[in-house]
Structures are given as C-alpha cells and as structure tokens.
Design a protein. Structure first.
Length: 287
C-alpha cells in the first residue's frame, strides 16, 4: 500500500503540470513527446539489467505499452486543452474501479463481493463529487479522459501482474523500449515540428516532470505496489489521487478547494480503508 501510495503521489501531479505545459506547447508534443526521454532512461535500465522480455512476456509488455506509453499520455494531454486539471482529476476517479475490473479479468484476481461493494461506493463518492462540481454535465474533454482511464487500467493490471516476477522498473523500461522505434518515427515525422523553443522554463520544467517522474519513476513504485499487494486492492489507492491532484491544482494553478472537497475526501478515504481489509484472491493463491 505504501509503494502504491508513493506512485499515486507522483502521478497526482501529472494533470496539473500537463495542463500548465499545454498552455505553451501542443498537447500531442506533451502527450507523446514525454515518452521519448523516458524511453532513453528505459534503455539504460534494460542495458544495466541485461534482461530482455521472453517471448511469453512480450504480449504483456505490448499491452502495457499501449495503455501507459501511448494511450493515457496522449489522451490525457488532449483533454487538458479543454478542461481544467481539477475537472480531469474527478473524471479520472473511475480509474480505481476500472483497475479492479481489469485486475479481475486480466491479472487472475478474484475480489470478494464486499470488496466490490466498497470499491463501487468509493467510486460513486468521487463521481458524485465530479457531477456536483460540473453541475450535472460532462465537459468536452471527458471522453478523452474516460478512454485514457480505460487504457491505463488495462496497462496497470497487466503490468502489475508482470511485476510479480520481474522488477517494476524493468516492466516500464521494457514497455518504453518496445515503443521506442514507433516513438522515434513519430518524433521525427510529427513531434519535432511541434517543438516550441520559445516556451518558458516553467513549461519545459513541467514537460520534464511528466517525462521523468510520471512516465518512468512513478511506475517503479506503482508496479511494485501492485505486485506486492494485488492489483485490485492497491489499485484503490488511486481514489486518493483525485484529491491529491486537486491540492496540486490549487498550489500550482490557483484552483480553489472548498469544504465539499474535504468531505468527499474523507468519505473516499473510508471506502479505501474498508476495501483494503477485504479478501482478494489471486489465481496463484488457489493453486
């Protein structure tokens, strides 16, 4: 749970700093361009480990890459062109429940009925908060965010399962390395012309954060936590990411946090605590 929490803290800054970066840079550059520096770091990790994925591990690495190297970064950056980071945070509150579903379907986990109850209530709490904040409607960028959440959940579940047998940092390094040829081609043909050399140091600093921390370092903690505690249970820590992101949005972007935010945060914390107490069987547990 602690490793997962550190990963969530790293990821909680992703939307605010992405929102700040896309104010001066094209969203496509921020979303996909951030993966190129991370891929170079991944190349170093793979070289030092001297370990490449086996043929049996490659499908999981490919699915992980689709979700967390291509899907989530690009779609979330596109969403940040039209919605605030705080709004994006509450829409992505569905991610923990989607991660639990993906864990059940793809990572061989079988949560108990009461686990599903607490997870659903926690998600409902955050979604109620989201609808109240948006006055019952959804912004144009919500479809991008929901698709990003779906792809991220699949990448989390498959990567978390793979991290049971190999280090989490190596999992994301493999995913980035597998993506590197495609990223290099996209960078030369599509992304390089989008580079804005006149962007401020703050914007480039935000870009550096999502490239190094969000796309690489955070996954070391996150995948390790999923491997140790299970995708479904540790995935519920993501419910807190909504409120961590709101806090970061207030500090970095000047967005306001009201009493309702604190109330829903307390309710969500209770649901996370109750969910983590419930039994979640793994396929390996029953063998």
């Amino acid at each position: 749970m602690l490793m997962g929490l550190v990963g969530v803290l790293v990821f909680s800054l992703t939307l605010p700093v992405t929102r700040r970066a896309v104010q001066e840079m094209p969203a496509e550059l921020v979303g996909l361009g951030r993966t190129l520096p991370a891929a170079l770091l991944g190349l170093i990790v793979v070289a030092l480990s001297r370990r490449l994925p086996t043929r049996g591990e490659l499908p999981a690495v490919a699915v992980c890459a689709l979700g967390v190297v291509f899907g989530f970064p690009l779609l979330s950056a596109l969403a940040m062109r039209t919605v605030d980071a705080s709004h994006g945070a509450v829409v992505l509150a569905v991610l923990p429940l989607l991660t639990a579903v993906a864990g059940a379907l793809l990572a061989g986990e079988r949560p108990s009925p009461r686990f599903w109850l607490w997870a659903a209530l926690g998600c409902l709490s955050v979604l109620t908060f989201a609808l109240a904040r948006s006055r019952g409607g959804l912004a144009a960028g919500d479809l991008h965010l929901l698709a990003a959440a779906l792809l991220a959940a699949v990448g989390y579940a498959v990567g978390g399962r793979l991290a049971r047998t190999v280090p989490g940092l190596l999992v994301i390094a493999w995913a980035l390395l597998l993506s590197l040829p495609f990223l290099a081609a996209l960078g030369w043909w599509w992304l390089w012309p989008l580079v804005n050399l006149r962007a401020s140091a703050v914007a480039w600093g935000c870009f550096a954060y999502v490239a190094v921390m969000s796309q690489f370092v955070g996954f070391f903690f996150w995948y390790r936590g999923l491997a140790l505690g299970g995708v479904a249970r540790v995935g519920q820590v993501q419910l807190l990411q909504t409120f961590f992101t709101l806090g970061a949005s207030a500090l970095l972007l000047g967005e306001r946090i009201d009493t309702a935010t604190l109330v829903f945060a307390s309710v969500t914390l209770a649901m996370v605590w109750l969910a983590r107490r419930e039994r979640v069987d793994r396929s390996s547990d029953r063998r």
